[in-house]
Structures are given as C-alpha cells and as structure tokens.
Write a protein that binds this ligand. Structure first.
Ligand SMILES: C[S@@+](CC[C@H](N)C(=O)[O-])C[C@H]1O[C@@H](n2cnc3c(N)ncnc32)[C@H](O)[C@@H]1O
Length: 318
C-alpha cells in the first residue's frame, strides 16, 4: 500500500532536504512501479521542479534546500498519486512531443515518442515550399489529422509547415478544448479544430494528406489494465475485438476525401502492419508501404490515392 501523504516525509524524523527526497523517493518509485533507476530519479526531480516552479539546474544546485509546509503537502499528494501509478504527464499536466510542450489532461491521450514517426513521414510528403506560397500566392497544402487528442500531431505539422492549413478533428469536445489551448499556447494559427466522428462532419472536404493515430488496441487486451493505459481515455485506445475497427472505417472512407495523389498515413499496433496494408489496398490505395520505428518495428502504414485507382477499386465497406 502506498504511504498516506502525511508520512511521505517520515514524520517524526528531521525534515529531509532535496537531496534526501530525490534519493529516497527514487528508490520507492523504482520498487513500486518497476522503473529503471534513471527514470525514477528524473520523475522525482520533475515533481520537485513542478512544486518549486524551478528548473533542473536550480534543483541540482540547491541540494540542501527543504520544502516549506505548503510545498511538502503539494509534493506529497503528487508523489502518492505517482506511487499509485498515475502517469507523470497527467500529474505535471504536460508532455513534450516533437520538440514542443503540449498540455495534456485525462481527456487526452499522452502523446508518445513512437508517434513522432507519423509526423516525420507526414512532413516528408510535403512539396518543397514554393516561393509563391511564401508570398501568399500559391495553393496551401491541406492536411487532416483524425483523432487529434491534445493536438500533438496536427500542431507539430502546422508548426513545422506554416504553409500548410491543418484540420484537427476528434470526437471528444474535451480533447478538442485541450488541443485549442495548445494551439494558443504555441501560437499556431494555421490549424482549424472540428468535432467529428471520423469523416462524418467533413462532407465534401478534400485534403492532400490525411494522418491518424487512431485507437488500435483490441478491447480485451490485458495491457489496457496496466501502467499508464489504465488512466487514459478508453475511447482513445481500444477499437473492437481485433483493434482494427477504427482503422477499417478510416481506410474505407479516406480516399473519398483525398485529392489526386494524396496520402493517407496511419499509426497502428506493432503486429498490425500486414493487415493495415491489406485494408489500404482493398480501399484502392497504391504505393502502400509500412515504416519502422527506431526499434525496427513497423508502426506506420500508408498509401497514395490516384483518381483512376479509386474508380477501379470501390472503397472497402464501412
Ligand atoms: C490514440 S488517440 C491519439 C491522440 C493524438 N493524435 C496523439 O497521437 O497523441 C486517438 C484519438 O482518437 C479519438 N477518437 C476515437 N474515436 C473517434 C471517432 N470515432 N472519431 C474521431 N475521433 C475519435 C480519441 O478521442 C483520441 O483523441
């Protein structure tokens, strides 16, 4: 059982300083959550930085400092929540993704480093910036991010390519509110937010590129009951018995919303690449491929649409 907040600091002994807290609490996190020692130490440091509103350099250069009573209470409450397994990103309220800091809440998935591959592949598909575009004369590259959550994918693309106009859609209004805050915090103006059940509200809109990191975990997968996943929105994670319900819907409908030569890129589970490639081909996509993450696992698949191929292969039924 985790400690109560009031004995996080071993009441009755002398008040520990920052060095003591980092040492003792790293060990406790390591044991309670099976973290490696480096990660446990960084997490305790992050919680202390958050409570003290100081950077890491301050923390490391003031090892003898002690927390005042109010800081102790706030830190103890956060530390206990972390001991209970709550993700550190929810406790801190933010997570870095593609070099940007995103606000996250329990209404949003915590952006994963794995998903940076989806952004990289998306950016590779952009045409080189045209001088006429920089002057406002050329046509803008239109991107759709389906299931935007905190906006991590859409805003990273929009930030990297101010010459794009990005639509960020999600079925969750709460997630969209967070994505909107992130757009404001990051001062990103070339993004439009839209509440939509996949393509339902997109009617006759067409895009040059559609990206999605949809839910793709099988609904009875034991991982849903483990680690960070226990605290994240189920609707952001699980998708039918084989995890592919949402990918099937997106693949079936995407071609009708792509301009000629447009691309669809989908993140998926570590063992789903072959099935996703099949779904893309059945839906009329060509040049279908899968890309590997840094661990060598196929985690993103995509395909391109040409108007003549869509005519020859009617979309897979939704
Ligand atoms: C795996 S999360 C991805 C969040 C974000 N794109 C990221 O990579 O961090 C999937 C997202 O899809 C959204 N979603 C689930 N079902 C949806 C649907 N039918 N239509 C639109 N969005 C949906 C969830 O609300 C969630 O934000």
């Amino acid at each position: 059982m985790p400690d109560k907040p009031n004995n996080v600091f071993n009441v009755g002994h002398s008040v520990p300083n920052l060095r003591d807290i980092i040492r003792q609490h790293s060990l406790r996190l390591e044991t309670a959550l099976s973290l490696d020692p480096g990660s446990a130490r960084i997490e305790v440091q992050c919680l202390l930085q958050f409570v003290l509103q100081q950077n890491r350099a301050y923390l490391l250069s003031h090892p003898e400092d002690v927390l005042d009573a109010e800081q102790q209470a706030r830190y103890a409450a956060l530390f206990e929540r972390r001991l209970n397994g709550e993700p550190i990103a929810y406790l801190l309220g933010e997570r870095e993704f593609f070099g940007l800091n995103f606000k996250v809440t329990q209404a949003t998935l915590i952006p994963r480093q794995d998903t940076e591959l989806l952004v990289e592949l998306a950016l590779q598909r952009f045409p080189s910036p045209q001088p006429s575009t920089a002057q406002g004369g050329g046509s803008l590259y239109r991107v759709l991010d389906l299931g935007t959550g905190s906006g991590a994918v859409a805003l990273s693309i929009a930030h990297a390519r101010p010459d794009a106009v990005v639509t960020a859609a999600d079925i969750s209004n709460q997630a969209l509110a967070v994505a909107g805050e992130n757009a404001q915090r990051l001062n990103i103006g070339n993004v439009r937010l839209l509440c939509s059940d996949w393509f339902a509200e997109l009617h006759h809109e067409h895009y040059d590129l559609i990206v999605a990191n949809p839910p793709y975990i099988a609904c009875d997968d034991a991982h849903l009951m483990q680690g960070d996943l226990r605290f994240e929105p189920r609707a952001a994670l699980a998708s039918g018995v084989d995890g592919l319900d949402d990918i099937r819907r997106i693949a079936a409908q995407a071609a009708a919303h792509l301009n000629d030569h447009g691309w669809l890129l989908l993140e998926h589970g570590h063992d789903q690449a072959a099935r996703v490639r099949d779904l893309l081909r059945q839906s009329g996509f060509v040049d279908v491929f899968s890309a590997r993450d840094l661990a060598g696992i196929e985690r993103v698949s995509g395909g391109q649409v040409f108007s003549h191929t869509v005519c020859q292969h009617p979309p897979f039924p939704a």
